[in-house]
Design a protein around this ligand. Structure first.
Ligand SMILES: C[S@@+](CC[C@H](N)C(=O)[O-])C[C@H]1O[C@@H](n2cnc3c(N)ncnc32)[C@H](O)[C@@H]1O
Length: 407
């Protein structure tokens, strides 16, 4: 059985690799790259090496400093590229032009040099609406790059909780396949014959993501457009002019894009209660009586006058966050700041003691579908940080199984 040679970019603690290896032993990681710019200690890199072995093909270096010609040939390129700049909630978010967003062009360079048959990317849900002032521009540029290199693509915004996971984590998965692949050839031939109807069935049932994550219906509005007809002279002008409203699912074939909002076929929901650790939980996770007012304030609704450094005032308001978390629902999204005493950190009623406590690192690993203790050995703060960065492993396995079937 032929191997599927895989390269993993922005590898973190190895969520893609773990998910693909769980899907099939055909996936063989031939090169991986991980480098955390914000810290000197490279904890994620060390965690990956601990689980998958030290190797000269696991490189801890800024991807921008890597000679792309030296990356081994591969069939599948995967990566969850850093997403901070895709936050449309953030004032002044610059999208693909932002400092971290620029990392897209590192992937693009690898496509140029290596032409892998398949590319599987993961990013925040806002990618499809990024940047705030020119919604859809960034995904348009990404799709355009794939088109110019001979790829078709499909994307879906997946909420992990809809597909049997205990976390409401919404991420955009984008899969591209080169015109040498069977799936491309069949999709191209049938789209040529049946037009947009075939693109619709690709998004609803026939595409890889539709097979991995079945849908039960779709919205009324849709987008049917041509990525090769946008007026542009070069990427810079496309970048200035392009603005498109993308829905949560879509496909691109031969420059045509079709997109529609799909409704997931919900598997049974896993409540957060199901991932809580049994037995005695260390006292440091429990909230002290004297800290309760602070937690209540942070989680509460606010409408208050605040002072800027220059002495001027402004009205600050924000809504309420559930405190504690309802145990009978999947959790909210876990962030890199989970270990902080913050509004977004999860607080639960411990089922044994009935007292309030934060989540343990193991529970955070469980929310992402990693084996218990995956990040053991790091400072605890980094265990939470790396899990806030990581993806939900079983989602990758689901996609990997379909890629394995069609390859
Ligand atoms: C969204 S996380 C992906 C996490 C990964 N999928 C996992 O399962 O752990 C992005 C990763 O890219 C890494 N990173 C950020 N900038 C980088 C760069 N310039 N070169 C290489 N890696 C980088 C970060 O340290 C982070 O681990």
């Amino acid at each position: 059985m032929e191997k599927i040679r895989t390269v993993e970019l922005f590898a973190g603690v190895g969520g893609f690799r773990l998910g693909l290896e769980q899907a099939s032993e055909r996936f063989q990681t031939v090169w991986a790259n991980q480098w955390e710019p914000s810290t000197e200690d490279q904890w994620a890199f060390r965690c990956y090496a601990k689980h998958f072995g030290e190797s000269h093909n696991h490189v801890c270096k800024d991807i921008a400093a890597i000679d792309k010609d030296k990356i081994p040939d591969h069939d599948l390129l995967v990566g969850g590229f850093p997403c901070q700049d895709y936050s449309i909630a953030k004032k002044g978010a610059k999208g693909i032009e932002g400092k971290k967003g620029v990392l897209w062009w590192q992937i693009d360079e690898i496509l140029d040099k290596k032409r892998p048959l398949y590319v599987l990317l993961e990013n925040v849900d806002r990618l499809i609406r990024s940047p705030a002032k020119q919604k859809g521009r960034d995904l348009s540029i990404i799709l355009r790059c794939f088109y110019e290199k001979g790829y078709a693509a499909e994307w879906r915004v997946i909420n992990a909780a809809d597909y049997g996971q205990a976390q409401r984590r919404r991420r955009t998965f984008l899969l591209a396949y080169h015109n040498d692949t069977e799936i491309f050839k069949q999709f191209a031939e049938e789209t040529c014959r049946y037009g947009v109807k075939r693109m619709h069935t690709h998004v609803m049932t026939d595409g890889v993501l539709a097979k991995a994550f079945p849908v039960s219906g779709h919205g009324r509005s849709y987008l049917d457009n041509w990525i090769d007809e946008f007026s542009y002279e070069d990427m810079a002008s496309l970048s200035r002019e392009q603005s498109v409203y993308f829905y949560n699912a879509g496909a691109m074939m031969n420059g045509r894009i079709y997109s529609v909002d799909v409704v997931p076929e919900i598997e049974h929901c896993i409540p957060i209660r199901d991932i809580l650790q049994d037995g005695e939980i260390d006292s440091r996770y429990f909230i002290k009586e004297e800290d309760l007012p602070r937690w209540r304030y942070m989680k509460g609704a606010k409408n208050e006058l605040r002072h800027r450094k220059d002495g001027s005032t402004y009205c600050f308001s924000e809504g309420v966050v559930a405190f504690p978390e309802p145990l009978d629902r999947p959790s909210r999204t876990m962030l890199t700041s989970e270990s902080n005493v913050s509004r977004t950190s999860h607080v639960v009623v411990d089922p044994q003691t009935k007292k309030l406590r934060t989540l343990t690192p193991v529970e955070c690993e469980r929310l992402n579908g990693f084996p218990d203790g995956w990040t053991e050995g790091m400072p605890e703060r980094m265990r939470y940080f790396t899990m806030g960065n990581a993806l939900v492993v079983p989602l990758v396995s689901a996609i990997g199984k379909i890629i394995n079937d069609i390859t």
